[in-house]
Ligand binder design. Structure first.
Ligand SMILES: NC(=O)c1ccc[n+]([C@@H]2O[C@H](COP(=O)([O-])OP(=O)(O)OC[C@H]3O[C@@H](n4cnc5c(N)ncnc54)[C@H](O)[C@@H]3O)[C@@H](O)[C@H]2O)c1
Length: 338
């Protein structure tokens, strides 16, 4: 699809994923508007586009009266990424905050419908899948899209809100014909990522030479960390090819144990320290990996960046962009806060 001159709104566009998505849309010639209250997003992520007049930026709270209706006006596509969200420590420990996403999503979807936008693309999550399925790390399990069904057991208020967001968009499509696509992101990492997510947390701990080197959980947890460039490419393809609100997994099928990721971070950064496991800390499910065959089939998408390659790129970025003393001072706080 030709994105040149298409009017696009990216909510939460100053975020890690949102800003990379904005980069791609700008590059492809779209007229990009971003609304972000900067509660966790960073203006630095989009400053160059804003300064160069390639992105129109509104620093506003989308849940404030009138804001969603105003910013959505004139948009053909809405990429809805704004959310009260953080990594494992955040979603486990801030249930009420994450519950506000029910309201935020509802307001953005209603505003999009009222304004007659062509399509809404929703940043959903692997957290919509039932937690009870994901307890056994020895099971070779791939979560196919149909597993996000009854009996529902979404991951915290955060996951329930994403599930309800998807269901709302399906209902809008079925009852009112409003087009949408739901991208179920699985644990995204890469440059501009933040320390409340596991990969960046591990890199930060090694960067400031924490000894012992703490890892939350038993280390046996399995994840399919997915590199940011793959996520953005999949999101744009979903915008182009899905219209009926289908939820689609964007995640690799590479199964990586947390302990192995931690060892590679230590090795790559040359930090020798004993690993200390903390199973009492927020850990999340023990076995979460996507089945991405539907994305292959519907979008012709598959991940291109292996975990080792993406991890090394992310570590190189982190080291080049951070000051050791500044990270050390605030590390404990930023592991669980936004
Ligand atoms: N990072 C991941 O691994 C991951 C996985 C699954 C889904 N997601 C989803 O992807 C999206 C982007 O996440 P992210 O990790 O890039 O960072 P993020 O959580 O920081 O992104 C959310 C953005 O929304 C903004 N925001 C929050 N509330 C707002 C409000 N009321 N009005 C306006 N703006 C508001 C924040 O400032 C931030 O820029 C989120 O919807 C998140 O739930 C992320």
């Amino acid at each position: 699809m030709d994105w040149a001159r298409r009017a696009v709104l990216v909510t939460g566009g100053a975020s890690f994923i949102g800003s990379h998505l904005a980069d791609t849309l700008v590059e492809r010639g779209a007229r990009v508007r971003i609304v972000d209250d900067l509660s966790s997003g960073r203006i630095e992520n989009i400053r160059q586009h804003v300064d160069e007049g390639r992105v129109e930026f509104f620093q506003e709270d989308l849940t404030a009266p009138g804001v969603a209706d105003r910013v959505v006006k004139g948009a053909e596509f809405v990429f809805h990424l704004a959310a009260d969200h953080g990594g494992r420590g955040y979603v486990d420990l801030h249930q009420a905050s994450c519950a506000t996403n029910l309201m935020l999503d509802g307001m953005v979807f209603r505003a999009g419908h009222r304004a007659g936008v062509e399509k809404i693309v929703y940043a959903s999550s692997g957290c919509v899948y039932p937690n009870y399925l994901q307890n056994d790390p020895s099971e070779i399990l791939y979560l196919g899209e149909d597993k996000a069904g009854p009996p529902y057991d979404a991951d915290n208020m955060y996951g329930w809100a994403k599930l309800m967001g998807e269901k709302t968009l399906r209902a809008y499509y079925q009852d009112w014909g409003m087009k949408s696509a739901c991208c179920r992101y699985f644990t995204v990492y890469g440059p501009r990522g933040v320390e409340n997510h596991a990969v960046i947390a591990m890199i930060a701990r090694a960067f400031v030479k924490r000894n012992p080197f703490v890892v939350w959980g038993t280390g046996e947890q399995i994840r399919n960390w997915t590199y940011i460039d793959d996520i953005v490419r999949g999101t744009v393809l979903a915008a182009e090819k899905i219209s009926d609100g289908t939820g689609i997994n964007l995640g690799t099928m590479e199964r990586v144990r947390v302990i192995d990721a931690a060892k590679e971070v230590l090795r790559y950064l040359g930090h020798e320290a004993p690993i200390e496991l903390h199973p009492e800390m927020p850990t999340g499910p023990y076995n979460r990996v996507a089945d991405n065959s539907l994305a292959k089939q519907l979008l012709d998408w598959q991940p291109e960046v292996s975990f080792m390659d993406g991890l090394h790129r992310t570590i190189d970025w982190y080291v080049a962009s951070r000051q050791r003393d500044q990270v050390a001072v605030k590390l404990e706080e930023i592991l669980t806060e936004r």
